[in-house]
Design a binder for this molecule. Structure first.
Ligand code: ARG
Length: 269
């Protein structure tokens, strides 16, 4: 039985000023050369793919000097038309939050709030059916989980990340539909692993190689699953479950520790 896609609304930021000049996660090596034009080409391919799949894509203007701004997922979490705006952990990214606050206000979102505690948007908050799965350990402060629960009025389930390579929840777990997820068990603390096993006994589990090419940094519309093309094991597993995998080449953005999902913020009305 083929699965059903639902049209989505995404916010993206063109990597016009993309570069790796500092290191705030283990993937970033400022000594490695980056190719901004290639990053832009890879990003444009992703945007065009979303449009072809029938999704709406909105763009927020990148700002010079904000090298990681392409990772729109980190800017906010948006649910029921409410925008919970990020407060970034590292000074290099802190000014991005203002751009998101401005954007949501300019686009007539009535309920816009910046969190009091560090929170890196959909990097660490993944909407899964009626709940939000929320990561902590490296970026988002667990006190911001409670804030999100109160702001959105939905249950928030905290998960602790333990491997610095998987510093955001969206590098270690992907929501495929309301009750299907795929994740990399080794990225989580023993307690969080047990919790995931309880919540999702039928989850797809990723192996080391697929996780290391950011295979879990994927975007699903309920039918199509866009994920890094190098994640060949996950591509096969996702196909077996009746989804339609689409491989993406985001090699340039991976140099900053990001891929498909990091570039995509979902606007849920
Ligand atoms: N260089 C960025 C950082 O470390 C990458 C962010 C990736 N985004 C994500 N949603 N995982 O903040």
């Amino acid at each position: 039985m083929p699965r059903t896609a639902t049209p989505r609304h995404y916010l993206m930021v063109r990597p016009t000023f993309f570069d790796v000049e500092y290191s705030i996660n283990p993937w970033m090596d400022p000594k490695k050369p980056t190719d901004t034009d290639l990053a832009i080409a890879q990003w444009e391919w992703l945007r065009d793919l979303y449009l072809e799949l029938g999704h709406r894509v909105e763009q927020l203007e990148p700002r010079p000097g904000l090298l990681d701004m392409v990772f729109a997922a980190n800017g906010a979490t948006v649910l029921n038309g409410q925008a919970f705006v990020a407060r970034f952990r590292h000074p290099q990214r802190q000014p991005e939050a203002g751009a998101y606050l401005d954007w949501f206000r300019a686009h007539s979102y009535h309920d816009v709030r910046q969190s009091r505690w560090v929170n890196e948007g959909e990097g660490d908050y993944l909407v899964a059916g009626g709940r939000i799965l929320a990561g902590t350990g490296f970026r988002t402060d667990s006190r911001a989980h409670g804030e999100a629960a109160e702001f959105f009025g939905v249950p928030v389930t905290g998960l602790t990340l333990v491997d610095p390579h998987y510093y955001h929840l969206d590098t270690a777990l992907c929501v495929l539909d309301a009750d299907t997820v795929m994740y990399y068990p080794r990225a989580f603390s023993p307690d969080s692993r047990r919790l995931l096993e309880e919540l999702y006994p039928d989850a797809i589990r990723a192996g080391d190689l697929d996780a290391a090419v950011f295979g879990l940094n994927a975007v699903s519309d309920g039918r199509h699953v866009v994920l890094p093309q190098a994640a060949t094991g996950l591509i096969a597993q996702v196909r077996e479950r009746g989804f339609e995998p689409i491989g993406a080449d985001m090699s340039e953005l991976l140099k900053a520790g990001g891929s498909v999902k990091c570039c995509t913020l979902e606007l849920r009305t």
